[in-house]
Design a protein around this ligand. Structure first.
Ligand code: NAP
Ligand code: GDD
Length: 346
């Protein structure tokens, strides 16, 4: 049987790298888009693609940029993929407050550029996956989990941009018959998570503190609740979404909830750091009982002008129809992330 062709925008990111590995195992030919960068940005995929050794003959990388219509259209025209995964975005919520216009250009308009290309090239058999986000739910009532019917109330330009892409995806499906789908993915992490996202920042810092290579960790809001899954599980859902009999929109989550502070406490315990919390608000500190030193501080620069306090996803629809469920529990995710950091220091 002929191999399917997948085009992945955002292949150098956390999810792009796991998705590429997953699809290669399914015998896909992978085309990935990377941005021009003055320093190396292919660390997460170098084990698959190596420009010297050509480790995989089914793996091709192209320069492109989701903010550039001509390169986006040109690549789609040249490759004529069976499946397009749009994972490219300025994906950091905190950074979207600093660079709102660029965030909107990449995270909102990027989807429009790809969908316009599919439409104008008459690629009626090409399927489209949009990396939508639980950040779209934004302001929510504590205790109530979110599903496909929960109204959006974004609290950042990142969230607003993802809502634009979400509706654009549905519009191209309904107006032009494109097989275009939204995966509304809740937070998912891994050893490959970018270092400024909170889980990676915590794990990296606590491991270094344990090994006496770092003194303190500064954080923002410790009381936000998130539903953290493992990226490896979540890329499988992306593929399943495009294999379903009809295009649709899907919540992908674990239905587990945890505050940032609980995440820290679990990591500290696993690293045998005896953590004692003192004070409240901006003065809150975490003290290592063994050394009596302050190892966690609050820094107001990490607070956001708009915060999302509570995210917990109900993935009942995906479980029932896609037969998708997360294999990793939060405990397995944390073990995986800690092991990776510890191994780096061996
Ligand atoms: P990530 O690690 O930040 O990866 C983002 C990818 O997009 C990188 O490959 C990045 O390239 C690329 N990119 C950024 N701007 C681009 C541009 N202008 N043109 C082309 N490529 C560009 O994010 P991730 O965690 O893998 O997430 C993948 C997608 O899912 C993102 O759209 C994100 O918003 C969304 N999402 C993520 C989560 C989550 O919890 N991880 C949850 C819901 C939705 P560089 O490597 O060059 O920066
Ligand atoms: N990054 C960061 N750094 N977050 C902190 C910090 C800190 O020092 N201190 C506290 N937090 C809190 C944030 O305020 C937020 O409530 C929570 O930790 C999680 O922050 P991030 O890890 O940056 O993730 P996010 O939830 O804002 O966004 C991620 O998940 C979205 C899905 O809901 C990103 O992956 C988005 O791309 C994704 O769409």
């Amino acid at each position: 049987m002929k191999s399917k062709k997948a085009l992945i925008f955002g292949i150098t990111g956390q999810d792009g790298s796991y998705l590429a590995e997953f699809l290669l195992k399914k015998n896909y030919v992978i085309h990935g888009v990377k941005r021009r960068s003055s320093s190396a940005n292919t660390e997460r995929i170098d084990h698959i693609f190596d420009s010297i050794n050509f480790k995989s003959k089914n793996f091709f990388i192209h320069y492109g940029d989701i903010t550039d219509s001509s390169s986006t259209l040109g690549l789609i025209n040249k490759i004529k993929p069976d499946e397009i995964y749009n994972l490219a975005a300025q994906s950091h919520v905190r950074v979207s407050f600093d660079i709102p216009e660029y965030t909107a250009n990449s995270t909102a308009l990027g989807s429009l550029r790809i969908l316009e290309a599919i439409k104008n090239l008459n690629l009626s058999d090409t399927k489209y996956y949009q990396a939508s986000s639980s950040e779209m739910f934004g302001k929510q009532t504590k205790g109530k989990s979110q599903n496909e019917k929960t109204p959006f109330h974004p609290m950042s330009i990142y969230g607003v941009s993802k809502v634009f892409s979400y509706h654009t995806t549905i519009y191209y499906r309904e107006a032009f018959g494109i097989f275009a789908c939204n995966g509304i993915l809740f937070n998912h992490e891994s050893p490959r998570r970018g270092p400024t996202f909170v889980t990676k920042k915590i794990v990296q810092a606590l491991v270094r503190i344990k090994l006496k290579k770092q003194l303190t960790l500064s954080l923002g809001n410790l009381y936000a609740v998130r539903d953290w899954g493992h990226a490896k599980d979540y890329v499988e859902s992306m593929w399943k979404i495009l294999q379903y009999k009809k295009p649709d929109d899907w919540v992908i989550a674990t239905n587990e909830e945890m505050t940032v502070k609980e995440f820290i406490n679990i990591c500290a315990k696993k690293l045998d750091i005896k953590l004692i919390w003192k004070n409240k608000g901006i003065k809150e500190i975490g003290i290592d009982k063994n050394t009596n030193k302050i190892i966690i501080k609050i820094d107001k620069k990490y607070f956001r002008p708009g915060e999302v306090d509570y995210l917990k996803g109900n993935y009942y629809k995906a479980k029932k129809l896609l037969k998708w469920s997360p294999k990793y529990k939060s405990n397995d995710l944390i073990n995986d992330m800690i092991k990776y950091e510890l191994d780096l220091h061996e």
